[in-house]
Design a protein around this ligand. Sequence first.
Ligand code: IPE
Ligand code: IPE
Ligand code: MG
Length: 245
Amino acid sequence: MRRLFRKPPDQSLSPPQHIAIIMDGNGRWAKRRGLPRTAGHAAGAEAFRRIANYCRTLGVRYLTVYAFSTENWKRSQGEIGGIMTLLRRYLEEALRDMEKNQVHFVFFGDLSRLSPELQALCRDAETRSRVYSQVQVNFCLNYGGRDELVQAARRFAQDVSLGRKTPEELDETLFAQYLYSAGVPDPELIIRPSGEQRISNFLLWQSAYAEYVFMDVLWPDFGPRELDEAIAQFHRRNRRFGGVK
Ligand code: IPE
Ligand code: IPE
Ligand code: MG
C-alpha cells in the first residue's frame, strides 16, 4: 500500500551528540534557477542558520559544518570573494545576536590564509561566545583533513624537539589533542547532501567510526525535515565498532 503520510520521527530516540555536515550543492541549486553561484551560497547560509537553530531545539551538543575547504581556493576569484563576503556578514550578525543564539563558535582550519578582517571576526566570535555551553558549532574554514593531520604532526614534532614530549608517549589520545577538534568527541553522524558520495577531505581522523548519510537534496533546500530523516537513518544503523552484536 502506498504510504500517504510520512511517518513522524520517533521523538523517543535522542539525537546524536555530534552531527557533522558537508554543506554541498549550493552551486547546482543556483544553476537550476539561472542564478549566479553566489546566490546559491547565500541560500546555503540561510540553510545553515535554520539547521543550527534546529540542532539547538533538538539538543544536539556539537554541530560541525564544512564551509570552505583547502581545495576551494581553486574556484574563481569572483566566487571566493562572494563566499568571503557572506562569511563576514554572517560573523558580524553572529556577534550581534550572540546572546539570542547562545552558540559557542569554534573554527577548524588554517585561518591564516583569510583576510586580517575575517581572522579578527573569527577570533572575536570564538572568545566572546565561550560562555555559551549548550551548543558548540565547529565552523570548518580553509579546512582540510590532510592539512589538519600534517599540522598536528608538525606541532607534535616541535614539542619533541623542545623536549616537552617524547615519541614513545604518542598514542591516539595524545595525537587527537593536536587536532583542531581537541576535546570534542568524534561525530557519530556525518551528512552529505547534494548527491555526491565522497568525503572530500572532511574530518579524516574523526570520522573513523562515523555513520555516513548521503542525501540527494541540495544544501540550500535542506531543513529540519531532512535532518530528522538523516537522524532516523542513523538510528536504523547497527554500529559495531569492530565488535560483534
Ligand atoms: C558547497 O556548494 C559550498 C562550498 C564548497 C563553498 P558548492 O559550491 O560546492 O555547490 P556545487 O557542488 O557546485 O553544487
Ligand atoms: C566539499 O564540497 C567542501 C565544502 C562543502 C565546503 P566540494 O564541492 O568542494 O567537494 P567536491 O569538489 O565535490 O569533492
Ligand atoms: Mg560542491
